[in-house]
Design a protein around this ligand. Structure first.
Ligand code: NAI
Length: 464
């Protein structure tokens, strides 16, 4: 029987297992959910196709889903983010995983295809990060239905590889995409960019199943995106460049949740941080947090470090990079690599320094250091967020999977967020680990502010 996994080196499994054991001690939310649901196994019968950075923390998530009864197949949602020892540990435990750090784009889409290859024929749930697994099935089903104009002119290498993979699958198994799509009970989506794709699909009437927007649980975006990036951004820059951060001028493009964490990360390391924004509210927040708010064009010739955090496209463009001073560092921490115009640099002289670090020469002779070819650098150049914050994110993922799997028919196609009680529950599960004590309301106080003693403590419109 052919091996049902593709990993770099199964020999790394023992190392991965040891790091997993440490991560478990830092992931109290996931461990509490194992305790709570390990016997009742609410995910029994769920066949989850997972597409999310194959890291040590994700390995703890995968093993939690399995403990709760799910069958799981996994790939990474980025070509550079896999931790090979984590993938090896998961493969050795018998979970089909298809993920190698530095895989090609062709391999990326082939591995995405493999996560749907359950022995039963189809998956019935997707756990997504960025929306590529969902995109693969929904786009494939539309092409299968004869909407061939969709594949007429792919505009990027990424799209060329995606459409080649769709064509390959269609030739091998006619009807496959439609069968997969029709078997899916729901999708839970991890990140801002993937959530945006889901709302777009729903608006266009193209989302055939319900989706839970995990990103907008408060205990996800206000923690992972913010405090996670606060720890992992500088970690990525340091591991890549060993540059002295103190005293340098760093420009952070975007001051949403990731931008707030990223600016704090650089400031914490002693950099002088400037922020660019398009949204006046976020710009004002940045200013009142003490950052100079400016435009990229004013900083481009003088700053030392440029980081994009916007989830938007073409934020740092070729004309910007050509003006940067010699050895400026350029990186992105948003989900996709199109925040920086990397494609426009391909005809320049590249010198590879080490994995995920390149020096690129401009026509003027000045050079820039580009991190992870413009892909999210905290996972490409370092190991992503710490376990503790990922425990909060992934507890939301597990609760969202349980919600959609155990309540078929209760959710019409559309995009939902988890109820606030569950959000508060995730926070509660993490307090004890850091020695925090929670004050308990008495009845009079609860009545006075109009909440129940057990919560929820805030109305839906509260912004935290
Ligand atoms: P957000 O929507 O809270 O923030 C993005 C901000 O960028 C907004 O305030 C927006 O006004 C601003 N913006 C948009 N275009 C801009 C431009 N041209 N110049 C300057 N600012 C601009 O989104 P969030 O949650 O901060 O996520 C940002 C990206 O990071 C997304 O792609 C998300 O998927 C990704 N992400 C990455 C993580 C990682 O570990 N690397 C973790 C969580 C999210």
């Amino acid at each position: 029987m052919p091996l049902d996994h593709i990993v770099k080196d199964l020999g790394l499994a023992a190392f991965g297992r040891k790091e997993l054991a440490i991560a478990e001690t830092e992931m109290p939310g996931l461990m509490a959910l194992r305790e709570e649901f390990g016997t009742s196994k609410p995910l029994e019968g769920a066949r989850i196709a997972g597409s999310l950075h194959m890291t040590i923390q994700t390995a703890v998530l995968i093993e939690t889903l399995v403990k709760l009864g799910a069958e799981v197949r996994w790939a990474s949602c980025n070509i550079f983010s896999t931790q090979d020892h984590a993938a090896a540990a998961i493969a050795e435990a018998g979970v089909p995983v298809f993920a190698v750090k530095g895989e090609t784009l062709e391999e990326y889409w082939a591995y995405t295809d493999r996560i749907f290859q359950f022995p039963e024929g189809t998956c019935n749930m997707i756990l997504d990060d960025g929306g590529d697994a969902t995109l693969y099935i929904l786009l494939g089903a539309r092409v299968e239905a004869g909407e061939t104009d969709l594949i007429a002119v792919p505009t990027s290498d990424e799209e060329v590889c995606l459409f080649n993979q769709i064509r390959k699958r269609l030739a091998q198994s006619p009807g496959w995409f439609t069968a997969q799509r029709d078997a899916i009970r729901g999708v839970t989506e991890e990140t801002t960019t993937g959530v945006k794709r889901l709302y777009d699909l729903h608006k266009k009437g193209l989302l055939p199943f319900p989706a839970i927007n995990v990103n907008d649980s408060v205990t996800k975006s206000k923690f992972d995106n913010k405090y996670g990036c606060k720890e992992s951004l500088v970690d990525g820059i340091r591991r890549a460049t060993d540059t002295m951060m103190a005293g340098k001028v760093a420009v952070v493009c975007g001051y949403g949740d990731v931008g707030k964490g990223s600016a704090a990360s650089l400031r914490g390391a002693g950099a002088r941080v400037k922020v660019t924004e398009v949204d006046p509210i976020c710009a004002l927040q940045a200013a009142m947090d003490g950052y100079e708010v400016t435009i990229l064009e004013d900083e481009v010739t003088t700053a030392d470090i440029f980081i994009t955090t916007t989830g938007n496209r073409d934020v740092i463009r070729l004309e910007h990079m050509r003006q940067m001073k010699d050895m400026a560092i350029v990186g992105n921490i948003g989900h996709f690599d199109n925040e920086i115009q990397v494609a426009a640099l391909r005809n320049h002289k590249w010198t590879n320094i080490k994995d995920q670090v390149d020096m690129i020469e401009m026509p003027s002779g000045s050079r820039i250091i580009l991190l992870s070819e413009g892909r999210l650098l905290n996972l490409g150049n370092a190991t992503g967020h710490p376990s503790f914050v990922m425990s909060a994110s992934f507890s939301n993922q597990v609760l969202a999977q349980i919600e959609l799997w155990t309540k078929p028919g209760e959710y019409a196609p559309g995009v939902y967020i988890l109820p606030k009680q569950l959000d508060e529950k995730v926070a509660r599960l993490h307090l004890r680990r850091i020695g925090a004590k929670l004050t308990v309301l008495d009845r009079e106080q609860a009545d006075y502010i109009g909440v129940s003693v057990e919560g929820p403590f805030k109305p839906e419109h509260y912004r935290y």
